[in-house]
Design a protein around this ligand. Structure first.
Ligand code: C5P
Length: 239
C-alpha cells in the first residue's frame, strides 16, 4: 500500500462515498470499514477499485481459526491491498487468516497485506485492567500482541502512534505500523483515547496513518487531506 494517508470512509452509502471522493485523485488510500461494507457489500470495493484507489478493508476479523481462514479466502478474491484481524484471536487464528489469504489470492496477483489489531485506539489503561482483566500495562499488552502477530507471520499491526517506536525496535522497521487516532491540534478527540498528530506519527515511525473524521468532517475535506498529507510527509503546505 502506498504511504499516503488512508482516509477512513465511514459513510453509510456508496453514493455518499462517491460524492465525498469526487475532489480526490487516485493517489489517496481509502479504508472501508464495517458500516460501509455491511451496507454495500463487495460492490463498493469494485467501485473504488475502478477509480484506482488502494483499499484497506478494515473488518477486524475475530473468530475460530477455520471460520477466519474461509472468510479471508473470500476477502482475498476482492483485490484489496490490506486486511486485518484482532490479534486477541490468537496465533493459530492469525496463521489461519494468512493461509486463507494465500489460498484466495488469484494467481499472478499480489496477496493483500494483513495486519493484527493490538489494542483499539479507543481503549485506555482502565479498560485493560478492569474490563479485560489484564494485569500488564496497556503498552505491554500492545507489545505482546505485536510480537505474537509477527510470530504468526503477519505483515504488521494496527496500533496507536504512542507504541509505534517501540514496536519498530522489537519487530523491525519493515513491520507495518498502521496508526489511527490521528488528529490536528485544533480538532476534537471524539471517542478516541490515544491520539497523535501526523507529525508525531512520522517521528514515532508509523508506516501508515488512518484519518477519518479530521478529513471527512472538515468543511473542505480536500484541503484537510492536503494539510494532513503535508504534515505527515514533512512538507510545507499553504493554509
Ligand atoms: O474518525 P477517526 O479518525 O477516529 O477514524 C478512525 C478509523 O480507524 C475508524 O474507521 C476506526 O474504525 C478505525 N480504527 C481505529 N482504531 C483501531 C483500528 C481501526 O480507530 N485500532
Amino acid at each position: 500500500m502506498k504511504t499516503s494517508p488512508i482516509i477512513a470512509l465511514d459513510f453509510d452509502s456508496s453514493q455518499k462515498v462517491i460524492d465525498f471522493l469526487e475532489p480526490f485523485e487516485s493517489d489517496v488510500n481509502v479504508k472501508v470499514g464495517m458500516q460501509l461494507y455491511y451496507k454495500e457489500g463487495p460492490a463498493i470495493i469494485s467501485k473504488l477499485k475502478e477509480r484506482g484507489f488502494d483499499i484497506f478493508l478494515d473488518l477486524k476479523l475475530h473468530d475460530i481459526p477455520n471460520t477466519v481462514m474461509f472468510a479471508m479466502e473470500v476477502l482475498a478474491s476482492l483485490g484489496v491491498s490490506l486486511v486485518n484481524v484482532h490479534a486477541a484471536g490468537g496465533k493459530t487464528m492469525m496463521e489461519a487468516a494468512l493461509e486463507g489469504l494465500d489460498k484466495g489470492t488469484p494467481a499472478g496477483t499480489k496477496r493483500p497485506s494483513i495486519i493484527g489489531v493490538t489494542q483499539l485506539t479507543s481503549t485506555d489503561e482502565r479498560q485493560v485492567r478492569e474490563e479485560q482483566l489484564i494485569e500488564a500495562s496497556l503498552q505491554e499488552s500492545v507489545l505482546h500482541y505485536a510480537k505474537l502477530t509477527k510470530e504468526a507471520g503477519l505483515d504488521g499491526v494496527v496500533c496507536s502512534v504512542h507504541e509505534a517506536a517501540i514496536i519498530t525496535e522489537i519487530c523491525g522497521p519493515e513491520f507495518m505500523k498502521v496508526t489511527p487516532g490521528i488528529r490536528l491540534p485544533e480538532s476534537g478527540t471524539h471517542d478516541q483515547k490515544r491520539i497523535a498528530t501526523p507529525e508525531e506519527a512520522r517521528e514515532e515511525g508509523s508506516t501508515h496513518i488512518v484519518v477519518g473524521r479530521a478529513i471527512t468532517g472538515a468543511k473542505d475535506p480536500r484541503a484537510a487531506y492536503e494539510q494532513i498529507n503535508a504534515r505527515w510527509k514533512g512538507m510545507e503546505w499553504n493554509e
